[in-house]
Design a binder for this molecule. Sequence first.
Ligand SMILES: NC(=O)c1ccc[n+]([C@@H]2O[C@H](COP(=O)([O-])OP(=O)(O)OC[C@H]3O[C@@H](n4cnc5c(N)ncnc54)[C@H](OP(=O)(O)O)[C@@H]3O)[C@@H](O)[C@H]2O)c1
Length: 223
Amino acid sequence: MTTLGILGSGNIGATFARLAVLAGHDVVLSNSRSPETLWPLAAALGPRARAATAQEAADAGDVVLVSVPFGRYRQLSATALTGKVVLDTGNYYPDRDAQFAELDAARATTSGMVQEHLAGAQVVKVLNNIWFHHLGLAARPAGAPDRSTLPVAGDHPDANKVAAGLLDELGYDTLDTGGLVDSWRFERDQPAYVAPYGPFDMSAGTTPVTADALADALARATR
Ligand SMILES: NC(=O)c1ccc[n+]([C@@H]2O[C@H](COP(=O)([O-])OP(=O)(O)OC[C@H]3O[C@@H](n4cnc5c(N)ncnc54)[C@H](OP(=O)(O)O)[C@@H]3O)[C@@H](O)[C@H]2O)c1
């Protein structure tokens, strides 16, 4: 059992929290407002969940999920996250996040930018390429024939392993794709982004994604 800090408890953060609680972890939820606004979610998740400030959530665990709109990443406290394994789910949507020239010119990756900002943390890009609805639906125990595979990328191999171990407990196989410099391969609109896991439809199910299928989608990425 681990305590996981969560910065951003929206679609992805809350789904991750639910899977983590089901796997026996404690979670500390936070958002950009006050803990009170997360009391209903914490209550629904049960005694393993509590709501706190972003600072308290960052302090709470060695592993911290960062699931805020990408354009806000500079609001994250580099000091609070120093020494942490940071699981970064962000994607770049210019209409929501404003324009970032280095991404528009394909000179950077979103998680590479987060790593640069959080210089003392070990950033792992995870969960950005699966729709939150599928993330909740597709989790399976280890060894299940219809288990799906998610990519992880990061510049600190031990942190990638921590992320992979956690995702294994939450219901997913993983494929370590290496450093952040290549993590554009599963950013927005690439073949490995969202679509392989099923239709973008709340009433539809999910499609299991094998490691081979994921590797094939990553190999087809173009930039
Ligand atoms: N939705 C998906 O299926 C999906 C899938 C994969 C990846 N992603 C990516 O993951 C990120 C989060 O997506 P989402 O759909 O979960 O977003 P969301 O539902 O809009 O939730 C965002 C959360 O971030 C919080 N937040 C904003 N600024 C913050 C700050 N400075 N400190 C702490 N918390 C802050 C928000 O709090 P308040 O409500 O208080 O503002 C909210 O709890 C995005 O980059 C998105 O592109 C989303």
